[in-house]
Design a protein around this ligand. Structure first.
Ligand SMILES: [Zn+2]
Length: 138
């Protein structure tokens, strides 16, 4: 026969066990919610990336470093140039004439040597600075 204090203790023990179970279940639920949220975030990120992507020859190109790029196929503007105009000689680069690196229309692509390209961009930079400076006097 248990005395009253033992009974009280048993009651508390069972109450405590129930509470622990609820807390554990809640923790599990919270973890699940957190994982679901993270999964949704991942999906959203992937979708966002895919929305900005373009397809060329059954390959998806996403924006990377300002250019459309595919992990295996490489840079889109180079592939387009190669497919429609021809092989790009070694040491040559494909310049975007209107400076929009995402505009890969054939008419916007120009093949030139690396040093010609650097010179051209220096020139463009100076022109942009002049343009911005002139805006100050308007
Ligand atoms: Zn360029």
């Amino acid at each position: 026969m248990k005395n009253s204090s033992t009974l009280q203790l048993d009651k508390w023990q069972s109450f405590y066990n129930k509470e622990i179970k609820i807390i554990k279940r809640t923790k599990k639920e919270l973890k699940r919610i957190k994982e679901t949220k993270e999964e949704l975030k991942r999906i959203k990120k992937a979708l966002k990336k895919e929305l900005k992507a373009v397809w060329y020859n059954n390959k998806m190109y996403t924006i990377s470093g300002g250019y459309y790029k595919n992990g295996n196929a490489g840079l889109l503007h180079r592939n387009i140039y190669r497919d429609y105009i021809g092989e790009i000689p070694k040491g040559y680069i494909i310049h975007h004439i209107n400076c929009n690196k995402l505009d890969n229309n054939l008419s916007n692509l120009q093949c030139m040597t690396n040093s010609q390209h650097m010179k051209l961009h220096r020139h463009i930079e100076i022109l942009v600075r002049w343009y911005l400076a002139l805006q100050l006097f308007k």
